[in-house]
Design a protein around this ligand. Sequence first.
Ligand code: BGC
Length: 755
Amino acid sequence: MAIGAFPQNATNPKLGTNKVEDVVSAMTLKEKVWLLVGMGDEAWKKPADGQKSVMLGDAAGLTYAIPRLGITPAVLTDGPAGLRIKVEQELAPHPFYCTAFPTATALASTWNAALVENVGKAMGNEVLEYGSDVLLAPAINNQRNPLGGRNFEYYSEDPLIAGKLSAAMIRGIQSNGVGTSLKHFAANNIETNRNTVNAVISQRALREIYLRGFEIAVKEAQPWTVMTSYNRINGFYTSENHDLLTTILRDEWGFKGMVMTDWWGGKDAVAQMNAGNDMLMPGNHQRDELINAVNNKLLNEDVLNQNVSRALAFIMKTPRFRGYALSYTPDLKAHAQVAQNAAVEAMVLLKNDKTALPFASNVKRIALFGKTSYRFIAGGTGSGEVNYEKAVSIDEALANNGYKLLQPLSDLYKNFIDTVIANAKPQPWPWSKKTVVDFHPELALSQSQINDQVKNSDIAVITIGRNAGEGADRKVENFSLSQTEKDLIKNVASAYHAAGKKAVVVLNIGSPIAITDWRDDADAVLLAWQPGQEGANALADILKGKVSPSGKLAETFPVKYEDVPSANTFPGEPKDNPVNAFYNEGIYVGYRYYSTFKVPVAYEFGYGLSYTTFQYSDITLNNDKNNINVSVKVKNTGKIAGKEIVQLYVSAPTTEIEKPTQELRAFAKTGLLKPGESETVSFTLTNRDLASFRTDLSSWVADKGTYEVRIGASSNDIRQKVSFDLPQTVVVEKVHNVLYPNMFINELSTRTKGK
Ligand code: BGC
């Protein structure tokens, strides 16, 4: 049959009725290729049969429909903090608002898999009811450097947290019968030159850090799809790398779904097809290239058949294929409550001197400083931004909770914000005129403007904000507070302290910032992260003491940027236009570095205060044939109900190879413990949890020797310890010797020193 013809034949097999192989056999080469490359901008400009009505405004992508074979189109939409679609939809009966949930970094700080799964359920329900088939989320790359522009979309510096919590997110979203796309596979840690940068990484660092979270999520939750990243790893684009997508992802990990590119990712469509990158998104410009490649015998049609089969298996799962009747009315009210509950558990109390928080009962009038107090940053910019109806601001949330705010101060800031927005030039994507406020310097206040507020208020709250998003990394200057911000904190605090009143700092940020050069001025510091549209309501719950904070850091706050192990090599070489990024810190990412090399930090991994206190006792350890079972008792010894995050670190023998001093191997969050109440928390470890990656053996190996299990309230605050011996070395798993570096890496080592 001539290429280009779309045959109409009554005997056509139908997807869902006939076998997938029969449908594939009935497809023309053109149909196969068109299915695999996505509709690109034709999704909007020239929709094929029956497709116009399915295309959601601002959806990210659409797959090609082939009605004669019963192949329905699939709509793909962002993103990690909630469904990202246009509010005003062409044929829609009413505005399509979506819920902005806490960003992934905030969700990770809950350390609560059940909570994250529940967020996923609510998020996936909006995907389903508004007519999308796949949410392009979760995003789980490691937070390697605090300047990473997309860090807010990612979970943690630690792959166990990222893997476990994203698995929960996937289960929650997919429980609605819609798909996910676990992204960006892999080592997508740099936004500068993101489409080309080559991440040069050792095999061990890849296996233990950069692939590990994906491995856990794939094995535990089977996302419908995986999205490859833009960057190269050790010379090859991830989307063109057979070792990554077939040898590791499918053969080693047992991934059953479909792989798609990131939007316009990679260069060579034939290599992508051969690698097992089934679908090219948003697609369509590669059609001729692929058809010609098959005709010229540069691409085997069997490869296309295999990729098409996976695409069809994916399509058969979609709500559109199943004929789901859309309601267009997800329960946004209920979802707002889910978002608020999650935000409450995400916030991390960093400092609380002399019980500055919760507000004492005599606090009735609040002076709110900082532009971010009046323009809340619910989430970051770019494809991770959600079009919500309203993000409650901190001033509104406090007023709704019965506090009196100072009108002249509010007016001062609101006028400032209005002027910034009015004077803003139209912004290129992904910024908007509104987000310009977030990037604008803080309003400087004179001491007398500050002093004027003191007598009219019982406490000062100063909000510091930071925004970022895809396409650009943050600048080093952005890591530190500006002089205006530091002056604001200092001057407000000294004015309030002089009057015997307190000053509290709230951080509405997506990634760590410098803290030690101003924190002494503040009585309390509450890290709110970018906690979604209901974040300010959650913040009010914590400030007034309705709920005790229970979040802990899933990312270290270093003292200064220069302390970050990748500070010298980020974003890459050359710095202003990076071609290669040498991951010289190897496995020593985040706390693995700070604790092993004894570098002091501002707040360590796993850190977070509470309004109550917890006592740890009665650690037990039992070995059975395959498992090590550890339990510990946690008791609320304070006066307020609270939840505690219990962290299990393992310090492994280093006779064969070097290892970080300790690594997180399990974690759990207690239920809400009343004062005096206890809970016994249990963990099960397998040999795999003890293993490190041996590059020379291409294997995960648990070395014989003594292992110390450390139960901590943070990575530095170890409360209970117990040791056991592994009598024999165990090769837990042999894997393939693939993804080796294409260049020399001057890798950090405890044995050779230096970074
Ligand atoms: C981003 C992805 C996103 C895609 C579709 C890309 O620029 O990197 O995370 O899912 O666009 O919007």
